[in-house]
Write a protein that binds this ligand. Sequence first.
Ligand code: PLP
Length: 454
Amino acid sequence: MKLGWGDGGVQVKDYVFHRDLTKTYPIITHGKGVYLYGEDGKRYLDGCSGAVAANLGHGDKRIAEAMALQAEKAAFVHTMRFETPVLHKLAEKIGKLAPGSLNRVYFTCGGSEANESAIKLSRQYFRNRGEPEKQVVIGRWLSYHGNTIGSLSAGGDIKRRQPYNGYLLPFQHVSAPHCLHCPFNREESDCETKKDWSCVAELERLILEIGPSQVSAFIAEPFTGSQAGAVPPPKSYFREVRALCDRYDVLLIIDEVMTGFCRTGAHFAIEHYGVEPDIITFGKGVSGGYSALGGMIVHDKIIDTLLQYGDGKFVHGYTYSGHPVTVAAGLAAMDIYESEHILRNVKGLEGHLFEGLDNLRKKYPFVYDIRGKGLFFGIELASNQDGQPFPPDLRIAERLNEKAMELGAVFYPGNGTVNGYAGDHLIIAPPLIISEREVDELISLLDDALKDLA
Ligand code: PLP
């Protein structure tokens, strides 16, 4: 017999296909600002905006009302037949925020679809230019671009790729610039001053090995996010990469799914490095996490090519691309980013959050490194002062987060594995509306969780 919810709202049989079928999680009934509330009345400070998505906090009626209002107007309109005012308004807002000649905005239902779209667009761009063999995408180890087959193939997340080995697209990978654990044993300052980059040289070697006539795109997160724990690149890295992409006519796709929309103290993280990519992909924060929205911002040269050398069609699309209700959520979120001066709040609190985290580094010897920018930081945990990782089966980052949840805060734990290096980290990325007092509370709860681990 199938059982449903009991009279008292108590679940008696579980119908949910969970990500991990061995686990169940606390049930959240509502949220307000930076806090989430469980059905047992427990309060959690959301120290990672869910999955670095709920940038504008919880329970914002303005976004909820904008969605409800739009839903009342039409359930759905297909972008192959119709357009809506909100679609144009949101595309304009995002297009104007993007650097340089990135103007056209294509909507998807999230980050994986955004990267899948960018991969396919890069192939179509070269097909339209008469170079159909230019179709290999190069990604980086320690990067995550999503879970669809294309985006997973471009990503370098070994654990997520592993079950699908032999089933992925033949894309190639190079090292990410994780200077703290440089696979080439180089000093960051050395690369910068001598302009002699081992990781960029590796990319060039790979392009030449595959053959520039075969390579369509290089895809990278501006900060290596979920796999490495909010690691910013060295200052000139992306300038070097851009020059290389120009030299070999390779499109540069920057994945801002986690970093876009003020997270790092700029509208897009790539702005910190003065580089104009060919495609920016986005997701998560675009709707403040209120709806399943993502997309890509595309350089004029790609649009021009589709129009001049193709028939103006991008042979791709999702039913829910540009869904009016999700787009309305994005538009309401954009208004809040602007009217609430979210960027100013992020820049204003960056130093305070960093100082609090760095004090924890000084206090606990196993807190090995604090890195990041804006309100996007990573804490790396190591078993000794040389940064030796904890054995993965200790699940240190997971355990730290479990303790934090017990105490009333939630963070984003991770454990990346590459080139024999495995590191535990926690991403700290609270909603961007957080106040100074709430940052202090976040630090204090994290301190208590670390104390328990010590
Ligand atoms: N790209 C990056 C950098 C991400 O962090 C993520 C998700 O964590 C994705 C892509 C995939 O986005 P989604 O889970 O919305 O499909």
